[in-house]
Write a protein that binds this ligand. Sequence first.
Ligand code: GLN
Length: 308
Amino acid sequence: MKIQTDYQKLLERLESETKSFSKLGKPADYIPALAKVSPELFAISLITRDGNAFATGNHTVPFSIQSISKVFTFTMVYRKIGTAIWDRIGREPSGTAFNSLIQLEHEKGIPRNPFINAGAIVVADMMLEHCQNPKDQLLEFVRSLAGDESIDYNQEVATSEKATGHRNYALAHFMKSFGNIHHPVEEVLDVYFNQCAIEMTTDQLSKAFLFLANEGINPFTSEEILNPSRTKRLQALMLTSGLYDESGDFAFRVGMPAKSGVGGGIVGVIPRQLSLAVWSPALNNRGNSIAGIEAMERFTTYTANSVF
Ligand code: GLN
């Protein structure tokens, strides 16, 4: 097979080959505001460590990043408290749905990892503990990672989730009964629902994750976001838990640390090389973008390049 490394051509090829996979799934409808997004939208953006950017499709259209935000909040808290995170959250794949309650009872309110909802809700609680103004500071952090001041919350999506997020309330209250949520549930979920409602384009997402491909250093500001050891650890968590109970299959098919969200976005990284963001709103039954996974799988196949 001929290895393809002309990235612009490759992204266009991926778009034409994989866009129609969206017909096999459907956009998330358990959050009413997300059900309105057209399943026809599709985008891919790639940026290399040295700043060469390529894109195709609707790569300037902002969408709800949802669980992808869990990487940003985790990074902020990891910077502040380091290994103390592991007193309250595990680092094993869950093998259960992202919003599952089942394991939490057996494991006494300690979520398996920071990327299932329960884990991210504990991280939101830690944000309240360690940031004076978590929502403003989160936005500032994401904007600086992407080098783009226009990134913002979508209040309609946050309000929509607040009105319908009964499972997340259940998770938070349940963990509070074990003493693993320290602030009022309403305050914790206000941070959580807002972080999920951040809107970004694939261009912005690929840039915001580039620090991971750059040994933890924000390439736009030269600031160290995480040291090399923590950069490794975060990407290990993404590889093992970034796509919930589809993380093993994604590692098998794609071979890249990545994080997905129910808005249909997925962002992956090849350390020391590049970051790749895809978006297609139709999801499979695990809550991951069908066409997005297909595009990423073909990316690593056609370039013969992955972390393995
Ligand atoms: N806001 C979504 C939820 O809490 C995030 C889940 C996701 O993207 N997997 O259900």
